[in-house]
Write a protein that binds this ligand. Structure first.
Ligand code: SF4
Length: 294
């Protein structure tokens, strides 16, 4: 498929969109329809939630680079003040501290074994909240989550984020000052404002790395094998899929999958609300990540 922008990099968001609903990928990343004329609610409410999440990430970023917590917390109001207090009280205390990467984008070339396109190598990128490394020892990926509820382990394990982040880290690490990193050294830690004392840790190993490579090969081959909207079908129309995927998708009117969104309180994971921010969706371009180019 040559329909994607030439600078397009695959990311956990776009791959998750395809896996959840191929039509979603088509509308968001090929047609690039960020905001169809949808009824507003609960988009504005969701945007407010997303803005708070982004602010929390900036607060944590400042604290992680060493700015005094009192200075970072000055003037904060709920819920951010409570979230930041929780971060201070429940900051993971077992992280390696020889090297820290904060808000780091890593990008790797990903070669398709059986590409049906003239182009055979594509980019795969990930943006990390925090990578804490002990050269030759552990490499812990930390992701701060501000969702209303703590996601369960099996949900997290199947998310593309849990596939793409460790995969890209291992593949990119040979070119980094603290690399290379073997899969067995890597763990993914999800930390929740909703349950700050109960982070979820996913271990990684060579078998998972090989399985992830195969899964990414399949996913990219599927996506790149499609040439028109018909190749990107809507998720099957069942009550469960409507509730899980369409109810919080900004394309539901266009897809005739219900006029009104469900209540945001029913949304377990903020990432299940699908509203494309094109700036973010296309943030990983060749220009942005030239230092880790092919
Ligand atoms: S509304 Fe449903 S079918 Fe349409 S793009 Fe969204 S998830 Fe897919």
């Amino acid at each position: 498929m040559t329909l994607l922008p030439p600078t397009f990099s695959f990311s956990q968001s776009s791959l998750q969109a395809y896996e959840d609903c191929p039509r979603r990928f088509w509308l968001a990343y090929v047609e690039q329809l960020p905001w169809p004329a949808v009824e507003a609610s609960p988009v504005q409410e969701h945007e407010a939630v997303m803005r708070q999440g982004e602010r929390f990430h900036r607060l944590v970023q400042r604290a992680e680079i060493g700015i005094a917590p009192a200075e970072v917390a000055a003037g904060l109001e709920p819920p951010l003040s409570g979230w930041f207090d929780a971060y201070l009280a429940h900051h993971p205390d077992d992280l390696p501290d020889a090297a820290r990467e904060i808000e780091r984008v890593l990008s790797i070339p990903f070669r398709l074994d059986d590409a049906a396109t003239p182009q055979t190598t594509f980019r795969l990128a990930a943006k990390y909240d925090l990578i804490a490394v002990e050269p030759g020892g552990r490499a812990v990926i930390v992701d701060w989550k501000t969702s209303k509820r703590r996601a369960d382990v099996s949900t997290l394990r199947h998310r593309l984020q849990s596939i793409v982040y460790p995969y890209v880290l291992v593949e990119a690490s040979a070119g980094l000052p603290w690399g290379p990193v073997r899969p067995e050294q890597v763990e993914m830690r999800y930390w929740f404002t909703a349950a700050p004392g109960q982070p979820v840790t996913l271990r990684y190993d060579a078998a998972q790395h090989a399985a992830n490579h195969a899964r990414l090969q399949r996913l990219l081959a599927d996506i790149l094998g499609g040439g028109s909207e018909a190749d990107f079908p809507k998720v099957t129309d069942t009550p469960a899929n409507r509730s899980r995927f369409c109810a919080f998708c900004i394309y539901r009117s266009r897809c005739n999958r219900g006029a009104a969104a469900d209540d945001l309180d029913d949304l377990g994971d903020a990432e299940d609300f699908f509203a494309v921010d094109l700036e973010k969706a296309l943030e990983f371009t060749l220009d942005d990540v030239e230092e880790l180019a092919f």
